[in-house]
Design a binder for this molecule. Structure first.
Ligand code: P6P
Length: 336
């Protein structure tokens, strides 16, 4: 077995050739997204040297003040993908409405959704952040493209992934045949396969939630966390550890790497909102990755990937990670 590392390009070509899993247009799309993530990684790594830290003067559709790097990352992804002929349109956390590929370029059959830089609150304090992306096929039978074409269940995704900008820059990807991880080799300037067939342990001793919201949680979540905190004397009979990076990409990467459960549940602070995180370009891609690695992802009541979206930027409660833990929290919701 040669110890020669396999590049992302070779991995995708082999997936296309061997499993017919990746049509050539989708392979092109994934290569272009990976190249855009490399550019975003360069910008992120410059930090203050690149004058890219701090807030911009604008707000996004969520009413959140945008960071300069949010806007830079969004522009990098748009410019990298609009000319290739593989996309009909794009949707982003940073844009109110969809971005239809301009007429001067050929239209493709795929829809690309992304959170260009998730974890923005961590940008200025040098903590890992990341890009999350999801790929859908444009529904057939009609010309043109509209927001309605994006409103598909997460189970309809044809590819999903993220790139985490941390001590390493790592691209994590699924096309429905398991989860693979590619680490950026800066000397070569290419992503190299470093993990294949990623598996999340079904049990864990590590939970991730923002504990400062405890007084606002619903009873099932409070019950689950109280039992974890009770440790060996409690009903779980074991001690738990807690992590909260406040960067979903970094928390999910840890869970894909060593197991755990991540929760951003509904809480009483904004009772009309189902949760904080967005369904289409955060929960759906992360939910599919976690399922493809043997984990589970629900909103406390149902599988994330079965939720029929009503709006492009709709939010959702998220419980994902080690299968047995997610099933326990979901069972507590059903009992309540
Ligand atoms: P809080 C980042 O802003 C984000 O959208 C996710 O990446 C992260 O998990 C969550 O919000 C953190 O939220 O309320 O703990 O700051």
């Amino acid at each position: 077995m040669s110890n020669k590392r396999i590049s992302l390009t070779r991995y995708l070509v082999e997936q296309q050739r061997v499993d017919g899993h990746i049509p050539s247009q989708l392979r092109l799309l994934l290569e272009v997204v990976a190249r855009a993530c490399k550019s975003i990684s360069q910008a992120v790594n410059k930090g203050d040297l690149g004058g890219v830290l701090g807030a911009a003067t604008t707000e996004n559709v969520q009413g959140e003040v945008q960071k300069k790097l949010d806007i830079i990352a969004n522009e990098v992804l748009i410019e990298a993908n609009e000319w290739g002929g593989h996309l009909a349109a794009m949707a982003s956390e940073e844009m109110d409405s969809i971005y239809v590929v301009p007429n001067r370029y050929p239209q493709g059959e795929y829809l690309l959704l992304f959170d260009p830089l998730d974890g923005s609150s961590n940008i200025d304090v040098n903590v890992s952040i990341g890009t999350i992306f999801s790929v859908l096929k444009k529904p057939e039978g009609h010309t043109g493209v509209s927001e309605q074409d994006f409103l598909q269940r997460g189970a309809q995704q044809v590819a999903a992934g993220y790139c985490v900008y941390g001590p390493q820059t790592t691209l994590v990807l699924t096309v429905g045949d398991g989860v693979a991880m590619f680490t950026l080799d800066r000397e070569q300037g290419s992503f190299v396969l470093t993990q294949e067939n990623v598996q999340i342990p079904p049990d864990t001793k590590e939970f991730a939630i923002n504990m400062s919201n405890m007084r606002h949680w619903d009873a099932p979540v409070k019950r689950y966390v109280d039992e974890c905190l009770a440790g060996t004397e409690g009903p779980r009979g074991k001690d738990f550890n807690m992590r909260w990076i406040a960067s979903m990409v970094a928390d999910v990467h840890r869970i894909l790497t060593r197991g755990g459960i991540f929760m951003y549940p509904w809480d009483k602070r904004e009772p009309n909102k189902p949760g904080k995180l967005r369904l289409m370009y955060e929960a759906n891609p992360m939910g599919w990755l976690v399922e493809q690695a043997g984990g589970a992802a629900t909103n406390g009541k149902e599988r994330i990937l079965d939720i029929q979206p009503a709006k492009l930027h709709e939010r959702v409660s998220v419980i994902l990670g080690s299968k047995n833990e997610v099933e326990r929290v979901t069972a507590y919701h059903r009992e309540a």
